[in-house]
Design a protein around this ligand. Structure first.
Ligand SMILES: [Zn+2]
Length: 236
């Protein structure tokens, strides 16, 4: 159930990478921007926060795509959809190249902490910061969003970045197939944890997200089993 460029609008192309926006994104955007329980007095600020969130997601995906290209891999498409972004990357089949293509995404969030923190520190020196205002709320929200995205992506649950980092690290010692199997098994355990949190917090978003992760993780498990079977087959 991955979004593809089908059913998506082409936004722009930069550095050989085309960015698409899935139609579902517009539906969710309308829903969120018009949220009556928002902390902002006007929908313009809701929209600014939502665009900010997807700006961060887009930079994260560009991190994956550009890193993949830097090691000779293919990366031509990024699709944004309500659950985040997907960079279609195909790094060379080596653990080091795969690790770099995956780690570069979260590293973008680490790098973004500097300008976001500096902007907040600068704001704190200004008179308007003390009064409750939208710019302050927006800056603090974006700082939190960036950290939450970083932490969530680093959860050791395949196919989240953290799970894929485990896969590529194990690849150095176990080879591509067995390492994927181990990463997918760890991921299945982790996704049960995410599902429990979704039930506990009654979060529909986390529920949808965990169902999506579960199907992708299951697919990873099947792929690993098939790869192991192929490895065991005698050469023809
Ligand atoms: Zn990522």
């Amino acid at each position: 159930m991955m979004p593809t460029s089908k059913g998506s609008f082409r936004l722009f192309r930069i550095a050989g990478i085309t960015v698409y926006l899935h139609w579902l994104w517009f539906v969710v955007a309308l829903f969120i921007i018009r949220d009556p329980t928002s902390r902002y007095p006007s929908t313009i600020w809701n929209a600014a926060e939502y665009f900010g969130l997807f700006g961060i997601v887009l930079l994260h995906e560009f991190g994956h795509a550009l890193a993949c290209r830097s090691v000779g891999g293919q990366a031509e498409q990024i699709v944004l959809w309500p659950l985040g972004g997907v960079a279609y990357v195909n790094p060379p089949q080596r653990p080091g190249a795969t690790l770099w293509s995956i780690a570069a995404g979260p590293l973008v969030n680490v790098a973004l902490m500097a300008p976001l923190t500096l902007a907040i520190l600068w704001g704190m020196t200004q008179g308007w910061w003390i009064k409750d205002n939208e710019v302050r709320t927006l800056l603090l929200s974006l700082w939190v969003i960036n950290v939450v995205l970083l932490v969530f992506n680093l959860l050791p649950i395949y196919p989240l970045d953290g799970g894929k980092i485990i896969w590529s690290l194990l690849w150095f010692v176990l080879g591509p197939a067995k390492s994927l199997l181990v990463a997918a098994i760890i991921g299945m355990i982790g996704v049960v944890g995410v599902m429990l949190v979704a039930v506990w917090t009654r979060s529909i978003w986390l529920g949808i997200l965990s169902a999506f992760i579960l199907t992708s993780c299951w697919r990873g498990l099947q792929t690993a089993r098939m790869m192991i079977k192929l490895e065991k087959m005698p050469p023809a």
